[in-house]
Design a protein around this ligand. Structure first.
Ligand SMILES: Cc1cc2nc3c(=O)[nH]c(=O)nc-3n(C[C@H](O)[C@H](O)[C@H](O)COP(=O)(O)OP(=O)(O)OC[C@H]3O[C@@H](n4cnc5c(N)ncnc54)[C@H](O)[C@@H]3O)c2cc1C
Length: 394
């Protein structure tokens, strides 16, 4: 198995064979994948070397120092954080080989067709139907909503109901959906920020070959758990340097504007700074504990902490900036491309952070998960567990 020294040697060999200054960006990313340096904890032949996940930092540091291009992780977060670990765990060898390389290099963007108008927190109640045709393939009809990046996506991870006669958790199946199918219609949805990061997606007679099913028929809930657990780690557990992210923005505002400082705001910023550092170090420990792509319910705790901090810090910044905190920079129906939250005004950060406690599972639902699966408290009463989905009131 690779250790840090071996990874440094392999990274140096990659850089020697593909000099950063003269190699096309995509060629470099493909070569990096083929060298097993994309995600070192993935298996050999699929962008990794079967190395401990924590050693990825060694490769990343060497490549950053050499000025190597990255795969623009912000643009392909759903593919990297959610689709990839699910394809790795449940995909056939053929599916893994088809999907993982262009996913990692960013040649193919992925989106997540889970939430529906009548099924968000209660994802298992979803109504989009997948019906098998005579050839054994599938025809999908239904509506999804809040689908981030659907307007950019080549592929989607999709959960659909394949058997309405059994209780809701048992009658779903997980697919990879081709977003270029003529039956897929994507319509933008404007958010509180004025942007349209996400969309409604209408599925009408969409054909999905059985070869694009992930996991067994009827096992969609179990497959979706892998996606959701990874989603929470991807949202809440991103690696940041000390004073990175939202706390860095708030601290920079504090340093730049001594004239706006008050004792109360100072005390609150110090407390938030400490909370952010605790969250960062806890995330570091969580990442070290992760075995290959299989986070547990602890990721829900990280995502909870992230959402709370992002909302408190952005609220602090708006208050600190006084009148300036109330100005806004862009109400056009813009698709965010290339500008992250640090490049926007305080009001944008404040409004965007509202979504942090909803996306990837609401904070209330994550509290339930932490209560039941981390603390072992009694479960919520669930009266629909043994009722066929078709008989549930909707
Ligand atoms: C920015 C953003 C991006 C998103 N991107 C995607 C995406 O790409 N793909 C996708 O599929 N979805 C996406 N979503 C949707 C998101 O997953 C859902 O909004 C979320 O799961 C909540 O579902 P809902 O909106 O239907 O609210 P509901 O489930 O109707 O919840 C309404 C309220 O009831 C509370 N509640 C519900 N059930 C319980 C319970 N059991 N206990 C306590 N309280 C409860 C909730 O916490 C919430 O406050 C995105 C959402 C946002 C905000």
């Amino acid at each position: 198995m690779s250790d840090a020294a071996d990874l440094r040697r392999r990274t140096a060999a990659l850089l020697a064979a593909h000099p950063v200054a003269t190699t096309d960006r995509l060629d470099f990313l493909r070569a990096r994948f083929d060298a097993g340096l994309a995600w070192v904890h993935f298996p050999e032949g699929l962008g990794g070397l079967g190395a401990p996940r924590a050693l990825q930092a060694v490769v990343d540091a060497e490549l950053t120092a050499a000025g190597a291009p990255d795969n623009d992780p912000g643009r392909i977060g759903i593919g990297l954080g959610m689709a990839a670990p699910t394809v790795l765990r449940y995909g056939t060898e053929e599916q893994r080989r088809r999907f993982l390389r262009p996913l990692w290099t960013g040649e193919e963007v992925w989106c997540q067709l889970f939430s529906e108008p009548g099924a968000g927190s209660d994802l298992a109640g979803l109504a989009t139907r997948a019906v098998r045709d005579d050839g054994g393939d599938w025809v999908v009809d239904g509506q999804k909503v809040w689908t981030s990046s659907a307007h950019l996506a080549r592929w989607a991870i999709l959960v659909a109901r394949t058997d309405p006669t059994v209780p809701k958790h048992r009658g779903m199946t997980y697919f990879v959906c081709d977003m270029t199918d003529p039956g897929v219609e994507v319509r933008p949805l404007r958010q509180i920020t004025g942007e349209a990061e996400f969309n409604e997606v209408f599925l009408t007679g969409v054909k999905i070959p059985d070869a694009h099913r992930l996991g067994e028929v009827g096992d969609g809930w179990r497959v979706a758990q892998t996606t959701l657990m990874n989603e929470r780690v991807a949202i809440g557990g991103a690696r940041t340097p000390r004073e990175g992210g939202m706390v860095g923005v708030a601290a920079a505002a504090w340093r730049a504007h001594p004239e706006l400082r008050t004792h109360d705001l100072h005390q609150r910023l110090l407390k938030l700074w400490v909370d952010a550092e605790v969250a960062r170090l806890t995330g570091e420990r969580l990442r070290q504990q992760l075995t290959q792509g299989q986070p547990g319910p602890e990721g829900s705790g990280m995502k909870l902490a992230f959402a709370r901090l992002a909302q408190q810090l952005s609220g602090w910044e708006v208050e600190f900036r006084g009148e300036d905190g109330l100005t806004y920079d862009d109400w056009t129906l813009r698709r965010p491309e290339g500008v992250d939250f640090t490049g926007r005004v305080a009001g944008y950060r404040y409004l965007r952070a509202k979504g942090n406690s909803i996306e990837g599972g609401t904070s209330e639902v994550l509290l339930n998960i932490v209560a039941e699966r981390v603390l072992g408290l009694p479960p919520e009463p669930r009266t629909d567990k043994d009722v066929a989905w078709k008989d549930l009131p909707r």
